[in-house]
Design a protein around this ligand. Structure first.
Ligand code: NAD
Length: 250
């Protein structure tokens, strides 16, 4: 099988674990050179070694996406080493639990800062390069909570994800003339450390509400991202693609 992404360079944020790790491994499997971005330096290094042992080409960059200076330096490093940036996957994210009464202003700010502003910082840092290349694929890893709200996560989480959806649509319009596609995936109930906080009872309730009758795997999201960044999806932009086992059909 030819490697469809062998000339492509991708940046994946939040790549140290969970969905981001699965996205990075999937892109490497398809031949892409991948910049693994996270604040968790040690895990990143372990993943980098794991990939390099199998012959994949990756770099690991410790970067806090909320800091625009760190993000710019990270993109410059990717350009110095790999020479281009074709794909940006904005996956890094955090969640807080609670209600409008219990959530603190600090928690609200932190969730919006990482999920929404961090995504904005990364998009802003790659746009010039992608425009010059007249080629780019950006995918935001959003959440079902951005479309329908959520009962257990604090209000900032769904709000940040709805913001990521609107950001994807806005950039899809603004960047379409330059050959840049901007989309989002909207997962629900994926088995990662983020969702490991659920009680057994909550887990059973969630599975019961999913027509396909199971939780999602990080690889389920990764394959959807792979499709959106592939040339098979070249006529798709501004799409928020559900990856939720049928829990929401919109
Ligand atoms: N797990 C789910 O059920 C689920 C469902 C819907 C959406 N999502 C979304 O998918 C994405 C990945 O989720 P996951 O379950 O793999 O989460 P996770 O908590 O396992 O991984 C998130 C990664 O992001 C990194 N990160 C956090 N803040 C960062 C920052 N400021 N800069 C750089 N990296 C940072 C973390 O270190 C971590 O490695 C998130 O955006 C999440 O909101 C997850």
């Amino acid at each position: 099988m030819p490697l469809k992404f062998k000339d492509r360079v991708a940046i994946v944020t939040g790549a140290a674990r969970g969905i981001g790790k699965a996205i990075a491994l999937t892109l490497v499997r398809e031949g892409a050179r991948v910049a693994l971005i996270d604040v968790e330096k040690e895990r990143l290094e372990v993943l980098k070694e794991e990939i390099e042992k199998k012959g994949g080409q990756v770099i690991a960059v410790s970067c806090d996406i909320t800091k625009s200076s760190e993000v710019k330096a990270m993109v410059n490093q990717v350009l110095r080493i790999f020479g281009r940036v074709d794909i940006l996957v904005n996956n890094a994210g955090i969640i807080r639990r609670g209600t409008i009464e219990t959530v603190t202003e600090e928690d609200w700010d932190k969730v919006i800062e990482v999920n929404l502003k961090g995504t904005f910082n990364c998009c802003k840092a790659v746009v010039e390069t992608m425009k010059n290349q007249r080629y780019g694929k950006i995918v935001n890893v959003s959440s079902i909570a951005g479309k329908m709200g959520d009962i257990t996560s604090a209000p900032g989480y769904g709000s940040s994800k709805a913001g990521m959806d609107a950001l994807a649509k806005t950039l899809a319009r603004q960047l379409a003339p330059y050959g840049i596609n901007v989309n989002a995936v909207s997962p629900h109930a994926i088995e990662t450390e983020m969702s490991a906080q659920w009680s057994e009872e909550r887990r059973r309730e969630i599975i019961a509400s999913i027509p396909l009758g199971r939780l999602g795997k990080p690889e389920d999201v990764a394959e959807a991202v792979l499709f959106l960044v592939s040339n098979q999806a070249s006529f798709i932009t501004g799409e928020i693609l559900d990856v939720n086992g049928g829990a929401l059909m919109d």
